[in-house]
Design a binder for this molecule. Structure first.
Ligand code: FE2
Length: 275
């Protein structure tokens, strides 16, 4: 079975790419389930109910998040009623929403999706290693044999350490948050697909998705500067993971990095086949 994971969707430019091209891309890859990190969907920070609905309608089955998940106040209100949007599992007990979800693939296979957040240079929340193990147990008890983990973290070392820690226990450990796709995709010896960072779906002519003039101004002045999503060079970053539905181990991992032009070609040829 094939899982398609879309890297951090930033603002309208990222949402537009997903809305216009995700279905054709998923069909081209023969994806059985689509997961996406959506914590930057609302203007680069947070995710609204409307953004959530838009991504689900565009073909995303499960939305993961991270440190920006609470940037829009309404998320605290609706996340409890929308289990397909998950937040890092290592927030304290009592936090709204859940940190894992068992989705059904196109063929009805249960797939566990787990979201944890690193602690280095981020909020000091619970231990992502122990909490990831707890959530893996939870989704396994709910019938998931194939399990995907989004580790939302700042440092390569923390992500890589979690990859090794979970090797053999899940189909994939993929990092998010830094918005720059790394080239270290591999299958670890125990059968877990690993990638330090999947990258970003959104404008690449900025600084990790935001307008570069504002970011440079903040670095140079030290003063608070309001950030807006960048414009230009919209690209979709993701990863496709092929997993054995019986063993839950990965068979293949393929990084995806596509410009808007390349996505248009995929969408045009998919609609040519359909008509
Ligand atoms: Fe983040």
């Amino acid at each position: 079975m094939k899982l398609l994971f879309i890297g951090d969707i930033v603002g309208r430019p990222g949402r537009d790419l997903v809305r216009r091209h995700l279905k054709a891309l998923a069909a081209t890859h023969g994806a059985d389930l689509v997961i996406a990190n959506g914590e930057n969907a609302a203007g680069g920070a947070g995710i609204t109910r409307d953004n959530t609905n838009e991504l689900l309608a565009a073909g995303v089955d499960v939305i993961t998040s991270g440190n920006h998940v609470w940037d829009k106040r309404e998320t605290l209100e609706f996340i409890g009623a929308e289990p397909r949007l998950i937040r890092p599992a290592n927030y304290p007990a009592g936090t709204p929403g859940l940190g894992s979800y068992v989705a059904r693939s196109r063929t009805g296979v249960p797939v566990g999706v787990v979201n944890v957040m690193g602690r280095v240079f981020l909020h000091a929340i619970d231990d992502p290693f122990r909490v990831a193990e707890r959530e893996i147990e939870r989704v396994r008890n709910d019938g998931a044999q194939v399990i995907f983990v989004d580790i939302h973290a700042e440092t390569t070392s923390e992500k890589m350490a979690l990859g090794w820690y979970l090797d053999g226990k899940v189909a994939a450990v993929v990092g998010t948050h830094t918005h720059v796709q790394t080239a270290d995709d591999r299958i670890l010896p125990g059968g877990t697909a690993y990638l330090t960072d999947v990258g970003m779906t959104g404008p690449h002519d900025g600084v990790i998705g935001m307008d570069r003039v504002a970011v440079i101004a903040r670095f140079m002045s030290g003063l608070p500067v309001r950030f807006e999503p960048a414009t230009g060079d919209a690209r979709l970053h993701g990863v496709a993971i092929t997993a054995d539905p019986i063993t839950g181990k990965a068979i293949a991992i393929e990084r995806i990095s596509l410009t808007e032009e390349q996505l248009k070609t995929i969408t045009d040829s998919a609609s040519a086949v359909a008509s």
